[in-house]
Design a protein around this ligand. Structure first.
Ligand code: ASP
Length: 437
């Protein structure tokens, strides 16, 4: 049995919702569906954004701000042949409480109304997430949620569940952070023991590289959870890796698919063990799954002769970062030197950081470069296979790109290269050419 989640673009128009219905009914295994609120469409903003604006209005003005959202849903219902009055009882209830309603209740109504609409349109039961996805004092309660979801869904032939929210013990709605319907989908998939969690969005899947820079980038067919984590960190953000922890825990694969191109296989994100044991294989035989990167990092270079003999040297430097609350991203090191890479968002703290390190460890030399781009070459295939780093480095050198740092984790599935921001695009193109992914 399959659990599905449709994102905002899939639920945005009459045509896209008709496509959603076709997709669901094309496969009898597709029985549990989670939806986002309608997203952007011609002349329309995301319903969630419109609801956030409703929260900002005062008392009765909220009813007025809610009116265009109501009209949008009425048009959708009408266009789908459901009659524009389908959601009238829900609108009446929302408008009754709206002037005093809390923020999370208001922003969650997009998903609530959307799930009601879809359940009527495809003839599946509506099950409210507030009754089974639980928070304790605002913090998500995974154990209790799992039990309630199993009880609520297990014996049903099918259901449509609104994404993005649940409720506290007292029944008050609590929303996840933005994009949280991915979590709701993962929760439902685990509760019904789905064989797969199909996450329908508006792209064909994860790309091997940023297609704006490398136009011949292709869709990755298989990616492991670990590879996803590395790529998402570098900004490849089709799906937030932390948002799918319930399926990761239960070893359920995810399939990213495109509602507007549903015949494509999309990208499967599979448990790392299953991939390593050969249960899933990538069609392409490159050791690399994908290359991703981000500009705008800072790198602190620090050296002091005989640093290796000075016990606690690195700890003292890192304690300066800790005191200023600056998260450290990578620490490539040499014998008498090392580099600490941190996000460019902390650039304004550079002087404070240098002063504090100077008084703590008295280095021979130190400076901060603030135009560093990081590129991650990711793939389990490079483990125990000599030459990947060498190929990357010589390709960059042939392209006359200066390599500013290199870092390879012990897991051997990720090599991080640092180049300057201005070399970033050329480096991505060169590395793609080298590994032909
Ligand atoms: N509608 C919410 C948002 O726009 C949640 C979601 O779509 O996942 O963030």
């Amino acid at each position: 049995m399959k659990a599905l989640k449709f994102g905002g673009t899939s639920m945005a128009t009459v045509d896209s919702i008709a496509k959603v219905k076709q997709i669901i009914l094309a496969d009898k295994e597709r029985r549990f569906v989670v939806v986002s609120a309608p997203g952007k469409a011609a002349g329309e903003i995301k319903v969630t954004d419109a609801l956030i604006a409703v929260c900002a209005a005062d008392g009765a003005a909220r009813i007025k701000a809610f009116a265009p959202i109501k009209t949008r849903f009425m048009r959708l219902c009408d266009g789908l042949g459901l009659g524009e009055g389908l959601l009238d009882p829900d609108f009446a209830e929302i408008e009754r409480v709206l002037p005093q309603a809390e923020h999370d209740y208001i922003v969650s109504r997009g998903e609530y109304l959307c799930a009601k609409l879809l359940s009527a349109y495809i003839g599946f039961a509506f099950v409210d997430a507030a009754d089974m996805i639980k928070f304790r004092d605002g913090v998500y309660d995974d154990g209790y949620t799992e039990t309630l979801c199993r009880l609520a869904l297990e014996k049903r032939p099918n259901a449509v569940v609104p994404g993005f929210y649940g409720s506290n013990a007292d029944g008050r709605v609590v929303a996840f952070s933005r994009g949280g319907s991915d979590i709701s989908g993962a929760i439902v998939a685990r509760a019904v023991n789905a064989s797969i969690y199909e996450n329908f969005t508006d792209v064909d899947g994860f790309m091997t590289c940023d297609p704006r820079i490398v136009p011949h980038a292709t869709v990755i067919d298989v990616l492991t959870y670990k590879e996803l984590r590395e790529l998402a960190y570098m900004g490849a953000n089709v799906l937030h890796p932390d948002s799918i922890f319930p399926v990761r825990k239960a070893n359920i694969p995810i399939n990213i698919k495109n509602t507007f191109n549903p015949d494509l296989d999309g990208t499967k994100i599979v448990p790392t063990d299953k991939f390593l044991s050969g249960e899933y294989a990538r069609a392409k035989k490159s050791p690399i799954a994908a290359i991703a990167g981000r500009k705008g990092f800072c790198a602190l270079y620090i050296d002091k002769s005989m640093m290796n003999l000075e016990i606690g040297f690195m700890r003292k430097v890192l304690s300066c970062f800790e005191r200023l609350g600056i998260p450290v991203e990578h620490i490539p090191s040499g014998i008498d030197s090392f580099t600490v890479v941190f996000s460019g968002d902390w650039q304004d703290h550079a002087n404070e950081l240098l002063n504090s390190i100077r008084s703590e460890v008295k280095p021979d030399h130190m400076h901060i470069a603030n135009d560093v781009a990081l590129i991650a070459i990711v793939g389990h295939g490079m483990k125990s296979r000599p030459g990947t780093a060498a190929r990357a480095i010589s390709r960059l050198s042939n392209a006359n790109i200066n390599l500013r740092m290199i870092d390879q984790g012990a897991s051997e599935m990720n090599i991080i290269l640092g180049v300057s921001d201005e070399d970033y695009d050329r480096a991505l193109v060169a590395l793609n050419g080298e590994f032909e992914i």
